[in-house]
Write a protein that binds this ligand. Structure first.
Ligand SMILES: Nc1ncnc2c1ncn2[C@@H]1O[C@H](COP(=O)(O)OP(=O)(O)OP(=O)(O)O)[C@@H](O)[C@H]1O
Ligand SMILES: O=C(O)c1ccc[n+]([C@@H]2O[C@H](COP(=O)([O-])O)[C@@H](O)[C@H]2O)c1
Length: 248
């Protein structure tokens, strides 16, 4: 596509379990960017957080990766990246983006780094095929819900220099979420306002409040989660007795 800037969207999170909203985020972000910017979204990545992130009720990364793989069977362009889960410890999001940008650079941006190339052979990098067929540069952006953006203000949670890099160097695509006001949040932050052009707010007009927390609660109570989560993921959860479903 002439004159367009190729982009990969990366969403980080627990995905505990992955919901249909996690998948939908990618669709609405891509539609919005294609309609309002000259970005051409070539691939999406979901990077589940490391077990050592230590969030209460987090099932192990092997199961979360497996659930994401099943969920993403219905997508032709979004993939799971296991890299984060294979590290020795939790990785800050800035470093997750940095790693994937370097991997992309080593493939298409003419910046061949042999160390990065070696790490590529891990079977979870099929998404790189979306980058072939063109030598136009590809940049990575963080895709997130407005609650993640607003967590930037939680004292001690994010490093200032990481926030600066996320918005200054990479850029954000933020999906609105019930109870959040990303425009006001950006207005109240000097650093976010300075990089406002690099923050794309996507309004989800078809509002819904699907969250993994609510899905886990329903599962625990034996309530149906059909149409909130992909059927294959529900089967996996019951087969492996995740989220206290053992006696349901
Ligand atoms: N309903 C939603 N609307 C907009 N963004 C969402 C929604 N659900 C999840 N996201 C976004 O998806 C990413 C990964 O989210 P995460 O795994 O924390 O899901 P969650 O449903 O918020 O989980 P939990 O309820 O366990 O906190 C985050 O950027 C989050 O903001
Ligand atoms: O990089 C950071 O400093 C940082 C601080 C807090 C959270 N994160 C990431 O944000 C995501 C939050 O996921 P969750 O499920 O807790 O909403 C997860 O991928 C974390 O690694 C990242």
């Amino acid at each position: 596509m002439t004159g367009s800037q190729r982009v990969v969207l990366l969403a980080c999170g627990s995905f505990n379990p992955p919901t249909n909203m996690h998948l939908r985020m990618f669709e609405i972000a891509r539609d919005f960017l294609h309609r309002t910017t000259n970005y051409h979204v070539v691939a999406g990545l979901m990077s589940p957080v490391h077990d050592k992130y230590g969030k209460e009720g987090l099932v192990n990364a092997t199961d979360r990766v497996q659930m994401l793989r099943l969920a993403l069977n219905s997508s032709a362009w979004v993939h799971v990246s296991e890299w984060e889960t294979h590290q020795d410890d939790w990785t800050p999001t800035r470093e997750v983006l940095q790693y994937h940008q370097e991997l992309i650079d080593s493939m298409v941006n003419g910046n061949v780094d042999p160390t990065v190339k070696r790490q590529r052979v891990d079977g979870s990098t099929a998404w790189l095929t979306h980058l072939s067929g063109s030598t136009d540069a590809v940049t990575i952006k963080l895709l997130c819900g407005a609650d993640l953006l607003e967590s930037f203000a939680r004292p001690g949670l994010w490093k200032d220099e990481d926030i600066e890099a996320l918005v200054g160097k990479f850029g954000l695509v933020v999906i609105t979420r019930e109870g959040s006001n990303p425009y006001k949040f950006i207005y109240e932050s000097d650093v976010l306002t300075r990089h406002q052009r690099n923050i794309h707010i996507v309004t989800e007009w078809i509002t819904n409040e699907i969250s993994s927390t609510k899905v886990r609660r329903a599962l625990r109570r034996g309530d149906s989660v059909k149409y909130l989560v992909q059927d294959s993921v529900i089967d996996y959860i019951y087969k492996n007795a995740l989220f206290d479903t053992h006696n349901k």
